[in-house]
Write a new protein. Structure first.
Length: 255
C-alpha cells in the first residue's frame, strides 16, 4: 500500500515539472525560440509533452484507483482478519466452554455415581435396619416367651415349694408313725418272744396239763393271729418308710 502511494507522488511530481517546462517555453522570448528549427517542431514538442502529461495523469489516476482498491482490499483483509480473530476467539471460547462442559459432565457423573453409591448405602442401611427390626421383634417375642417361661417356672417352683412343705409335713408325720411302728415292732417282738417262751413252756407242760390243751390251743391261735397282725403292720410300716425316703430323694433331686 505504501509503495503505491510513493509511485503516485512521483508521477504527480513529474507532471508538475513538465507543465512548468511547457510554461517556461511558452513565456520565453522569440529570440530563444529562434534557435529551433521551426515552430511546428516546438508545437509537436508541446503536444508530445501534453500527451505525456495526460498519460502520466491517466497513469496516476489508474494508480490511484489501484491504491483505492488496494486500500479497500486491505480494509477488507483487516476486517477478515478481525472476523477470523473473532472466530478464533469464539473457537477458543467454545473449546474452553466444551472443556468446562466436559469437566461439569464428569463432575456430574461422579456426583451421580456418589448419589448411586449413597442410595445403595441407604438401601443397605435400610435393609440392615429392617433386619434389626425383625431381630428386635423376634427378640421381643423370645423375651416375652422367656418371661412367660420364667413366670411359669416361678409358679411351678412355688407349687413345688408348697408341695415340698406339705411333703415335709407328711414326712415328719410318717417318720413319727414309722417310729411308733418301730416301737410297736419292738413291742411285738418282745411279745412274740414272750409268746414263744410261753409256747415252749406250754409245749413242755402240755403233757402234764392235757386237760387244759384246748384252752391253750385257742390261746396259741389268738397269739398267732396277733403275731401275724404285728408282722403285717411291721411290713406296712417298712414299706411306708421306704416310700417316704424315695419321695425325699426325688424332692432333693428336683431342687
Amino acid at each position: 500500500m505504501f509503495e503505491t502511494e510513493k509511485v503516485s507522488l512521483k508521477v504527480v511530481k513529474l507532471n508538475t515539472k513538465d507543465i512548468q517546462a511547457i510554461a517556461e517555453l511558452q513565456t520565453e522570448s522569440p529570440r530563444a525560440l529562434a534557435g529551433l528549427n521551426s515552430l511546428d517542431a516546438v508545437k509537436r514538442k508541446i503536444q508530445a509533452l501534453q500527451q505525456q502529461a495526460e498519460d502520466e495523469e491517466d497513469c496516476a489516476q489508474r494508480l490511484q484507483c489501484e491504491l483505492d482498491g488496494e486500500r479497500e482490499r486491505h480494509e477488507k483483509a483487516e476486517g477478515d482478519v478481525a472476523a477470523l480473530n473473532r472466530h478464533i476467539q469464539l473457537v477458543e471460547d467454545l473449546d474452553q466452554a466444551q472443556e468446562r462442559l466436559a469437566t461439569a459432565l464428569q463432575k456430574l457423573e461422579e456426583a451421580e455415581k456418589a448419589a448411586d453409591e449413597s442410595e445403595r448405602g441407604m438401601k443397605v442401611i435400610e435393609n440392615w435396619a429392617m433386619k434389626d427390626e425383625e431381630k428386635m421383634e423376634i427378640q421381643e417375642l423370645q423375651l416375652k416367651e422367656a418371661k412367660h417361661i420364667a413366670e411359669e417356672a416361678d409358679r411351678k417352683y412355688e407349687e413345688v415349694a408348697r408341695k415340698l412343705v406339705i411333703l415335709e409335713g407328711e414326712l415328719e408325720r410318717a417318720e413319727e408313725r414309722a417310729e411308733v411302728s418301730k416301737l410297736k415292732c419292738r413291742d411285738l417282738d418282745e411279745e412274740l418272744k414272750n409268746v414263744t417262751n410261753n409256747l415252749k413252756l406250754l409245749e413242755a407242760a402240755s403233757e402234764k396239763y392235757s386237760e387244759k390243751e384246748d384252752k391253750y390251743e385257742e390261746e396259741i391261735k389268738l397269739l398267732s393271729d396277733k403275731l401275724k397282725e404285728a408282722e403285717t403292720r411291721g411290713e406296712f410300716a417298712e414299706r411306708t418308710v421306704a416310700k417316704l425316703e424315695k419321695t425325699i430323694d426325688d424332692l432333693e433331686d428336683a431342687k
